[in-house]
Write a protein that binds this ligand. Structure first.
Ligand SMILES: [Zn+2]
Length: 381
């Protein structure tokens, strides 16, 4: 039998998870009196664009309004998935809460280096002591589950049957401007991992998706002359607490026709990269590739025309970058903070391609999309 504390904490966790599923930060709170829930809340910072809409401030507000009392009765117990921040601690104090039950500590999620502010040595006990407030703190309630809230959901991949690739990668623990999640690639650009003949004019045929029990996603499409294209994305589990996320892609062409099939080579889309903040330095929006163990690259500035220096290095604006290379080990698009990198495992790529697109050209804000070409191959019937 779970204790009462565990039972109510589980409800706070439910709130946090429901919030995370709706794009909020995963925090939940519950106010209980005499074994009855007065209210349960989740963070609403993202959807309300209200930086004070933490689950804990909302819980105090909701509880006082429900009971029609400016100060809650002293037998109310406050549950929260994570140690309240100083603002919420102030709200809890103003609400008259005497018993606080917590799951994770601020120091736990600070170690994960993601959502937490750096509150230095702040903790609720010190805060209570400083303001002379008599607070009973009960910690470690469903602590592991609460910490997991701030760790599990690292990335959410949106797959699309258009070209059979990843249209968006949402980094759930990274916040961009306006409290929005960082999103790599965009549905307006070519999906990551799409196979294309001409990257400058990509045709993105519809694939039929299906999901396997192991969590992998298959895409299949019949092409001409009895050829079937099969793509399978795997998402290997990793216990690494780093911000590296790996997806594996198997591409399989099956020749069900009577004749040999020759493929002249095809491009794989790297997706796109764009600045995360308006003030990011455009130099960091780049296409990078690796040849003979050395990384090379160009940034968005390459595509613009320039007068060079004293007439040297003069060049006109270029819509595309394309370079034939020998054995390319990997290619990537990156912004100042994140990189989408594709490393072919069974063959080396031989062409790198890139294109600049406008975001806010009047502010010199541009994005880049990229692709790499895989070598020609043949399939017997
Ligand atoms: Zn807070």
């Amino acid at each position: 039998m779970p204790s009462d504390h565990e039972r109510f904490m589980a409800i706070a966790i439910e709130e946090a998870k429901a919030g995370a599923a709706a794009g909020e930060q995963p925090f939940g709170a519950v106010v209980v009196r005499g074994g009855e829930i007065i209210c349960r809340t989740r963070s609403l910072k993202v959807s309300t664009s209200d930086t004070t809409a933490h689950s804990e401030t909302l819980a105090i507000k909701c509880a006082t309004q429900k009971l029609r009392q400016r100060t809650l009765p002293p037998d109310c117990v406050f549950y929260c998935t994570c140690e309240p921040c100083p603002m919420c601690c102030g709200a809890i104090l103003n609400g008259g809460i005497k018993t606080l039950v917590m799951g994770a500590r601020n120091r736990h999620i600070k170690k994960l280096g993601k959502l937490a502010f750096n509150f230095k040595d702040y903790n609720v006990e010190r805060f209570a002591e400083m303001v002379g407030w008599d607070l009973t703190v009960i910690e470690d309630v469903l602590e592991d589950e609460c910490i997991a809230l701030y760790r599990n959901a690292d990335v959410e991949l949106h797959l699309t049957n258009r070209g059979g690739g990843i249209s968006e990668a949402v980094l759930l623990n990274h916040v961009a401007e306006g409290d929005k999640r960082v999103v790599l690639n965009s549905p307006q650009q070519v999906p990551i991992g799409a196979i294309i003949d001409q990257p400058a004019a990509p045709a993105l045929p519809e694939f039929t998706p299906s999901r396997d029990a192991d969590g992998s996603v298959k895409f299949e499409r019949p092409a001409s002359d009895g050829i079937t294209i099969r793509k399978k994305f795997f998402f290997p589990k990793s216990d690494e607490k780093k911000d590296n996320f790996v997806a594996e892609l198997d591409v399989d062409l099956v020749n069900g026709g009577a004749k040999p099939y020759a493929n002249a080579g095809y491009f794989i889309s790297l997706g796109s990269a764009a600045p995360i903040h308006a003030k990011d330095y455009s130099y960091f929006t780049r296409i990078v590739w690796c040849i003979d163990g050395k990384a090379k690259g160009i940034d968005v500035g390459w595509f613009g025309g320039g007068s060079g220096f004293l007439g040297m290095g003069q060049h006109v604006a270029q819509p595309y970058y394309q370079q034939d290379l020998g054995n390319m080990e990997w290619a990537a698009v990156s912004n100042q903070f994140f990189t989408t990198l594709i490393a072919p495992l069974t063959a080396k790529a031989n062409v790198v391609w890139g294109h600049r697109f406008d975001i806010k050209p009047e502010e010199k804000m541009y994005g880049l999309e990229g692709a790499m070409r895989m070598p020609a191959f043949q399939l017997p019937p």
